[in-house]
Design a protein around this ligand. Structure first.
Ligand code: IMP
Length: 193
């Protein structure tokens, strides 16, 4: 059985990635299960660079193939901000209120945004592949829904916010799901039957 470490201890990410890769005969280990707690500074200027920084650090600590992801929200009216700074835009739980207040004067037709996810794979030889996925939507005028996390309540996908979608509905269209689908194809080509 082939093993890949997912450079996270986040249970939701682990479940999502396990569901997708187990059918390929791949065992997905958490960082903890791989016996490392490295947590490098994510000082890259792109999602891909940050995903690689995380993957490389865990690869160097374990010697096993590694997958790492980095994601965030890019708002057109803010020239792509908060982007790679999405997690640091405001204290956790306050990101939506801050975004709504910064966007208060922005008219509907200029409220387009996208979530981006970059997933870096470092294989057993240390070579890098990056898969990116996006999901396009609009920033709403108020928080809606209670599901999800982060910016989900203000990210309108059609006439519902991401926080109004079920986990399955979000996973069918999300930036992370789109990046994972590409990763699946890469791994299937490489390791599949
Ligand atoms: P990271 O990829 O775990 O570093 O997450 C970066 C930040 O982007 C998170 O803290 C969230 O604020 C935001 N983010 C990434 N993906 C999502 C999502 O699917 N919904 C809402 N916020 C997200």
């Amino acid at each position: 059985m082939r093993k890949i470490v997912l450079a996270t201890n986040n249970k939701n990410k682990l479940r999502e990635v396990r569901e997708i890769l187990t059918p390929l005969g791949i065992t997905v280990l958490s960082q903890q299960e791989a016996g490392t707690s490295v947590n490098p500074e994510e000082n890259g200027t792109t999602f891909a660079a940050n995903a690689e920084i995380k993957a490389r650090a865990v690869y160097e600590a374990t010697g096993l193939p590694v997958i790492a992801d980095d994601s965030g929200l890019c708002v057109d009216a803010l020239d792509g901000a908060p982007g790679v700074y999405s997690a640091r835009f405001a204290p956790e739980g306050e990101v939506c209120d801050k975004l709504l207040s910064v966007m208060a004067e922005v008219p509907q037709e200029q409220r387009s945004a996208k979530f981006v996810s970059a997933i870096a794979l470092i294989d057993e030889y240390g070579s890098l592949t990056v898969c990116e996925g996006e999901c396009h939507g609009m920033i709403g005028y108020e928080k809606r829904g209670t599901n999800g996390f982060g910016y989900d309540p203000v990210f309108m996908y059609g006439d519902r916010s991401f926080a109004e979608l079920s986990a399955d509905e979000k996973n069918a269209v999300s930036h992370r799901a789109n990046a994972l689908k590409k990763l699946y194809d890469v791994l299937k080509e490489r390791y599949g039957e």
